[in-house]
Design a protein around this ligand. Structure first.
Ligand code: VNL
Length: 390
């Protein structure tokens, strides 16, 4: 009897010990994304990017097993917030990643600060996001970073009169400001600044105004996933035949939608940090692996943001030798440098934003398919919003 009891006792404690070991040896990463709703394409691309990184690099780093849990916030900030709390509280997530749009990233900032859990922003692009918590690190881009080089390209290429059309929230307001101010300073004229709502945008009346203004170009920011709807109206209003050039940040000619946009997109010039056509061995391997793992889906800049977010988490865990202390992980992320499918990147230790090349690209047909073909680049661009002392 005593013997049996002892045996049971040993077995129970062995189970408890192995459970503790499993806990200790697993690092849970909580990924929160809009998997449904109008920004579902961002969720789909981000999830596939993160999963590809794990698939290529293995699910063990610094002796720890990586567990990725993906949750759908449907694009609603109150849901993002609740999911972040549950992932940290119930699932013991040590890092959070994702956040498809600016309001979703902002909703989690106070939780990241309070719980001392790194929040990797791999999609959203409003410049001030990283200032909302010392635990935020960004692997996507900022709109000022992408928009300012477009102003300089216009001034060099004899584009003098521009109308701007942006989605009316954080990244659109950033894009409008950081295109318009340097453009006007350099001698350009912004004939009209138009903002369209994020929810159910109807581009038609705004594009009619652009058509009446007859500028040299229309500078556009719409978030990833909205480019095709914009392009349809652009064609329906006859703007593709009006001689008004389509320019913008690369969100409007997003690689996810570009193949279905039609020839009207040909010639659009955009500035951005990633194109699936980027010519490097790292990117060729990335695109091939991504398409193979996802039924031929082409990766866009959202996929790369998440892929690099995972690269950064792996790098940090290696540097801390597997410690998941939030501050230690953040310290290891600051100054991290690697070669991304987009080119060389670095986490700015001062701002926790990403320093990267911005490429000037033109939509062209390559082997029968539309691509953003890079023809110029500005190297190692820091977020200009913070560089200006904000
Ligand atoms: C944001 C910026 C979202 C750029 C985007 O697509 C984008 C954002 C969803 O910060 O909300 O292309």
């Amino acid at each position: 009897m005593l013997k049996t009891l002892l045996a049971v006792g040993v077995a129970a404690s062995a189970i408890a010990a192995s459970a503790a070991l499993a806990d200790d040896n697993t690092v849970t990463i909580g990924m929160i994304l809009p998997m449904t709703g109008p920004s579902a394409s961002t969720g789909k691309q981000e999830q596939a990017g993160a999963q590809l990184y794990i698939h290529e690099h293995g699910d063990t780093v610094a002796g720890k097993k990586i567990q990725l849990i993906v949750k759908d916030d449907t694009g609603a900030p109150d849901v993002t917030k609740r999911l972040a709390e549950e992932l940290i509280g119930n699932d013991k997530a040590k890092v959070l990643i994702g956040f498809g749009l600016t309001p979703l990233a902002l909703a989690v900032a106070p939780i990241a600060t309070e719980a001392k859990v790194p929040e990797i922003v791999s999609a959203a692009g409003t410049a001030m996001i990283t200032e909302k918590s010392p635990f935020i690190v960004r692997t996507s881009f900022t709109l000022p970073q992408a928009a300012e080089p477009m102003a300089r390209w216009c001034l060099k290429n004899n584009i003098r009169k521009v109308a701007t059309l942006v989605t009316d929230y954080g990244p659109g307001v950033d894009a409008e400001k950081w295109f318009s101010e340097p453009f006007v300073k350099g001698g350009g004229t912004v004939v009209e600044k138009i903002r369209v709502p994020l929810k159910n945008p109807d581009f038609a009346p705004f594009l009619q105004r652009v058509s009446d203004d007859k500028p040299d170009a229309v500078f556009v920011f719409v978030p990833s996933g909205f480019g095709a709807a914009f392009m349809k109206e652009f064609v329906d209003r006859g703007l593709d035949k009006s001689g008004i050039k389509l320019i913008g940040t690369g969100d409007v000619t997003d690689d996810d939608l570009l193949p279905s946009m039609g020839d009207a997109a040909i010639g659009a010039v955009t500035t951005h940090h990633y194109s699936a056509a980027h010519d490097s061995p790292e990117n060729k391997a990335f695109v091939a692996d991504f398409e193979k793992a996802n039924n031929g889906m082409r990766p866009n800049f959202m996929a790369v943001g998440a892929y690099d977010g995972m690269a950064l988490i792996y790098h940090a865990l290696e540097a801390t030798k597997g410690s998941t202390d939030g501050q230690a992980l953040i310290d290891a992320m600051k100054g991290a440098k690697w070669t991304s499918p987009r080119g060389p990147v670095e986490i700015d230790p001062a701002t926790r934003d990403i320093i990267q090349n911005i490429y000037v690209r033109k939509v062209e047909k390559v082997n029968g398919q539309l691509y953003n073909v890079e023809f110029d680049k500005i190297e190692a661009v820091k977020d200009p919003f913070k560089a200006a002392g904000n």
